[in-house]
Design a protein around this ligand. Sequence first.
Ligand SMILES: Cc1cc2nc3c(=O)[nH]c(=O)nc-3n(C[C@H](O)[C@H](O)[C@H](O)COP(=O)(O)OP(=O)(O)OC[C@H]3O[C@@H](n4cnc5c(N)ncnc54)[C@H](O)[C@@H]3O)c2cc1C
Length: 346
Amino acid sequence: MAADTALGLQEAVVEAASDQRPLRITAGGTKTHAVGRDCEGTPLNVGGHTGIIDYQPSELMLQARAGTPVAELAAAVASEGQVLPFEPPRYGGNATLGGTLACNLSGPGRPWLGSIRDATMGVGLINGRGEQLALGGKVMKNVAGYDASRLQAGALGCLGLITDVTLKVVPAPEQTLTLTFEMDAQQALQTMSEKAATPRPLTAACWLDGRLYLRLAGAASAVQATAASWGGETLTAEHPFWADLRDMSLPFFKGAQPLWRQSTRATEPLQAETGCLIDWAGQQRWYRSSDAPAVEAGHVVLFAGGDRNTEVRGELDPVQQRLQLRLKQTFDPQGIFNPGRLYSWM
Ligand SMILES: Cc1cc2nc3c(=O)[nH]c(=O)nc-3n(C[C@H](O)[C@H](O)[C@H](O)COP(=O)(O)OP(=O)(O)OC[C@H]3O[C@@H](n4cnc5c(N)ncnc54)[C@H](O)[C@@H]3O)c2cc1C
């Protein structure tokens, strides 16, 4: 049921700011022990702030309150033959729109369909002074360039409490089909790169446990022509592989071992074949291992598990660190939002 609790949230922030008391923003609670560091503070729950504010299918625009479950938004746009372009994880149905933006989470289609950061046109935000800000706009042309609303993507709530998000939506593809091939990881990396470089309707490419999965989506004629020329076995349309990958519910993601995420070039050599999952046609690799994988290029984060009190997102150089601190100072001068969740020093 839709509920506007913005006023109560704003009052809670004003009160916390006057007491200089830290707040820990919570919503669906699906990513509390992942993505960022552990953090202390009085819980402030955005989960009750729900509902679609404005949806205009003909304008390809959707605005919803931050606590709205992503699954609810996906169902609403599906009823109009549209999809959320960044294929957001739903994590058992509890993932919220605000949490997805704060964690900058996008699904297997990201290299082809874009990220939630790309799809965000505007954001409502309560800053650390308790002021309600409207960042960005409702149409793409008003937010060309790097708008402040997009700073919230990946900020893990450290810059403020997101109250609503305006997104771009896109038409659903006419047909979707998945091809699978048995091959080792090295062959898969090469095959993914070759296929991704061709003008074909590829929208996801993943390798796991000796099998390459390629998803085709778009005009039926293009999907069928590509499937006929690429060969392989076809997965049934009902097969949950991509949904399980998107929601990190494949058996690979289960278990207590630390989970590392490497963002890198598709051509980068692989660290290990066992305990590894390759996504985004080689640009995103997941490793399960007790120690950080010794990768040479790209960025590695301790995504889940392990010691969540360390710098799970790696170190920043002094220039980046100064920039981050200046942003934090501007949005949240007293440091009341999610202290230490992104970095220990912020
Ligand atoms: C088409 C394509 C080409 C690519 N090519 C390359 C390539 O050539 N080389 C390469 O190395 N990678 C490449 N990548 C991978 C790319 O680097 C990853 O997509 C990216 O790092 C994943 O990060 P993200 O956007 O999900 O953000 P995150 O993983 O959330 O963040 C990335 C980094 O930025 C920081 N950050 C982001 N937002 C904030 C914020 N608001 N406040 C504080 N910190 C923040 C995070 O802490 C993290 O360190 C490519 C990806 C694509 C899709």
